[in-house]
Design a protein around this ligand. Sequence first.
Ligand code: NAD
Length: 467
Amino acid sequence: GATFEQRNPARLTEVTGIWPASTREDARAAVEAAEVAFASWSKLTPIARASYLKKALENMRERASDIAGVLTAENGKTIAESRAEVQSGIDEAEFQIHEGLRMYGETVPSRRDGVFAYSIRKPLGVVSAITPWNFPFNVPVRKIVPALMAGNTCVFKPASLTPMTGLMFTECFVDAEFPAGVLNFVTGGGSTVGAEFTTNPAIRAISFTGSEEVGKRIHRMASEQLIKTQLEMGGKNPAIVLEDADLDAAAKSIVRAAYVCAGQWCTATSRVLVVKEVAEELTKRLLEEVERIHIGEGVDPNTDMGPVCGTEQLETIGGYLETGKKEGAVLLTGGNVRKDGQFADGCFIEPTVFGEVTEDMTIAREEIFGPVLAVMKVQDFDDAIRVANNVRFGLASAVYTKDLNRTFRYIEENDAGVMHVNLMTAIKEPHLSFGGVKESGHGLPEAGKTGIEFFTEHRVVYINYGR
Ligand code: NAD
């Protein structure tokens, strides 16, 4: 009977849903249902599984606009951003359904006469998908579609800030008449539902996206029982701007990647490392671009940047703004939580740029996960790479240059899972893997070929046919 409520971050007076605060027993029942369903789901051919998943995909397409509306009401991102997220989820689902049809093994000549040797891939069993609020549709797609295609059954816990989006995702499967128990959706807390979904002995793999603190805790617990993990965590993503860059294009691209979804993309640009020769010019252009950002409710088509997702986010980001000011960074624009007029009821923060940020400052090291950009002056290319790498994260990065030599040196020397040249840090496509290095990611990355790979295990067969 216990419940929790979720509110629209653009207007905290609006309750968007009241949800079951499920218990560990509820979560255990979901795992048991998934265990039962695994016996028959795993025996279907990939083509048969794909026919179910294609129906779910069709439902996603038909409901895209409704899902986007709910996403904006729960998360706050603009309606254009929500539509783009749903479309991106649909594209990834389509790719993973086709990828899962292949389930490649290997055939290699045996060293023994009359022996045929090959490998096959099998599903793991029950797997958990634990997801964050910043991509409440796309992240579940990226985990659950390949997990099911590979023949696993799944328990799914959405973030408590965005359960309705998770439910609408799940309903696409329910209405495609998936067999009971194949996908199980449970709302509730990290320490109850999350804990059960990461420690229950029937769980064979956990795909988690969220903070590094929770990711590490999950990994510690999972390691006790040799449960496989795929952890996608935070970032402190740098954009390096060299003296030969097209500064107008770089500024536009950086500002887009810094403030989209109010800076709450894991791949958002949060540090600009600009060589001293063009620092002033670039900063001027960045500020001109930021000036154009119109803050407001996500449902208003004129809004460029919506609220941040909830009061906890508001407080955390507000805290970083104060720390930035205290530690001596120069506030170039923004820097305030908005509580005036139309913003009184919501979680709005001004798009903020700090200048003269140095490596030792908190805002240069910690993931703020808000609309805050730190501009840092560097001496030259080598200094830029050193500063870029001098954080514990390694998710995404970008370099803006026309120089081929330094482009390739950046690719060789920068520690990031997803690198970009003259493109924003947030670009990703479904057919390539997506994940961070260092403390940003662990285990096989999601999407691309590794999307399915993570959810399978390899078996090897030797057949003596007697020659
Ligand atoms: P979070 O770690 O607070 O929560 C993520 C999920 O874990 C939620 O569903 C939460 O309920 C659950 N959880 C919390 N405690 C748990 C526990 N003890 N056991 C099991 N589950 C538990 O993260 P968040 O605030 O929802 O998301 C923001 C973070 O996600 C940021 O750090 C961001 O960078 C990261 N993120 C990373 C990627 C990526 O692909 N690398 C993508 C999106 C978001």
